[in-house]
Ligand binder design. Structure first.
Ligand code: HEM
Length: 454
């Protein structure tokens, strides 16, 4: 008996037309599909049948409740594996579980005061040299890369950081291109010189740092210190090989810095475009911090700033969805039977803009997350970090980083849109960024904070 399927757009030329529409504008495409076909849709891309779900219940089912009945859809993972090796995002099953257990201590709450100190130090050096009109997106990309290298590798990288910017840009562009190619690009395929040069640069840097650290064996308070010492206590009691540590380090670095850069860029825009939100957040920062920079212990008191961060992640989620999932066996999601081998997708971009869960969804309203209102958001409606067992391992790390950096921005500056800067148009790439960047004016609020630290 044929399987009953939800409605969806016609594939046109085995999905070629659909791929064309997605490539041109994935945000508009999936929003239109939701408007036209509702909470559950079906489409076909060549050999791959896909269900796309927009309802929070289905998101929860696919990512959390029935997570064990899925693996990540492999084609995009194969692209990323070329430079992420067997990093956490890349693996499945027992291998993934063992590595997640080994890495988890690097994100234990006891490590966070140390990370927060490194984050604040990096932010102070960057923000204290900013003034006037700035390319805010570029500044935040540089700053979050600095945060990622200091928190992952400590001071090891130093000036080498600048050499990484270009290879990272190359690899992001390669990933976006290869995601759309329906076959794995073989190694001999022409024109791949820049990709492999970028991989070699990244690889060389990470291997050097690991070798240095193995030689000294000290705990410098960064993530790498933990990765190199951690063992699988619940399993075989062993730690990571150098090769595995290399893969995880690259993966954590790449997964962590681009998304946080995008998040900070949208926070900057939100503060500049909503002076009433910025004024309230700045008043909170002044009350909690006075004339000093924040420390980890202050986060619990920066409640409104945290809401600003959460709302930015709803309004402009840096990851517009999670990686596709492929059903291991027949499984029911959203009331539909998904046959084994079928791909399931969910998009925070669409669900975060559904007026049923977020009334007036285009409005930037941090108080959606205030006590008394936040409870009305159904589980599965808000998932900037994914959910379930494969939820972002760096979510608390990223929230810490973005809340600290936002407080530091607010303490120093009043943010406004630079002359000629209109409402930025979101563009989906590796992370969701404003098309054409974002220019902001940073006007100093007070000079007295200059070198006072917390
Ligand atoms: C605003 C910042 C961030 C956002 C929006 C974000 C988003 C996400 C999302 C949506 C997933 C789930 C993907 C899926 O289920 O297919 C994920 C996974 C992951 N993220 Fe993040 N992330 C952020 C920051 C970070 C940071 C700072 C790190 C590391 C320091 C990190 C490391 C990872 C890793 C390793 C995974 C894979 C986890 C696994 O499969 O077990 N992320 N992230």
């Amino acid at each position: 008996m044929p399987v009953k399927r939800p409605p969806g757009p016609r594939d046109g030329l085995f999905g070629v037309r659909l791929v064309g529409r997605i490539k041109a504008d994935p945000l508009a495409f999936y929003a239109a599909v939701h408007r036209e076909f509702g909470d559950a849709t079906f489409m076909r891309f060549g050999p791959y049948p896909e269900y796309v779900f927009f309802h929070p219940d289905a998101v929860r089912e696919a990512l959390a409740e029935k997570a064990r009945q899925f693996v990540r859809f492999q084609p995009p993972i194969r692209v990323l594996r070329q430079w992420n090796g067997d990093g956490l995002l890349m693996t499945e099953g027992e291998v993934w579980l063992r590595h997640r257990r080994i890495i988890q201590p690097a994100f234990h709450p006891s490590r966070f005061p140390g990370y927060a100190g490194l984050m604040v130090q990096a932010a102070r050096e960057h923000l204290d040299r900013l003034a006037g009109e700035v390319e805010f997106e570029r500044e935040m990309t540089d700053l979050t890369m600095d945060v990622a290298t200091r928190t992952l590798f400590g001071a090891d990288l130093g000036a080498g950081r600048a050499e990484l910017a270009e290879p990272l840009k190359v690899l992001n562009a390669v990933a976006m291109r290869e995601f759309m190619i329906p076959f794995a690009v073989p190694r001999w395929w022409p024109g791949q010189g820049p990709k492999w040069r970028a991989v070699r640069t990244l690889d060389g840097m990470v291997r050097r740092v690991i070798a240095d650290r193995r030689a000294t064996g000290e705990d410098r308070g960064d993530l790498l210190s933990i990765l190199l010492r951690a063992t699988d206590e619940e399993g075989d009691g062993k730690g990571l090989t150098d090769e595995q540590a290399r893969d995880h380090t690259v993966n954590l670095f790449l997964a962590g810095h681009d998304t946080a850069a995008a998040g900070m860029t949208w926070i900057g825009w939100a503060l500049a475009a909503h002076p009433e939100v910025a004024a309230r957040a700045a008043a909170e920062v002044d009350g909690v911090l006075g004339q000093r920079d924040p420390a980890f212990a202050d986060l619990a008191k920066l409640k409104y700033v945290e809401r600003v961060v959460k709302e930015a992640l709803r309004h402009r989620p840096p990851a517009i969805g999670v990686f596709g999932r492929q059903a291991l066996a027949d499984v029911e999601v959203g009331g539909w039977t998904i046959p084994a081998g079928t791909v399931v997708r969910v998009f925070s971009w669409v669900t975060h803009h559904d007026p049923r869960w977020f009334p007036d969804p285009e409005k930037f309203d941090p108080d959606r997350f205030a006590p008394g209102r936040a409870e009305a958001i159904p589980p599965g409606a808000y998932f900037p970090f994914g959910m379930g067992p494969r939820v972002c391992i760096g979510n608390a790390f990223a929230m810490t980083e973005m809340t600290l950096l936002t407080a530091m921005l607010l303490r120093r500056f009043t943010l406004t849109l630079a002359p000629g800067q209109g409402e930025p148009v979101p563009k989906a790439g590796m992370s969701l960024r404003p098309a054409g960047g974002l220019r902001l004016m940073l006007t100093g609020r007070t000079r007295s904070f200059d070198r006072i630290t917390g």
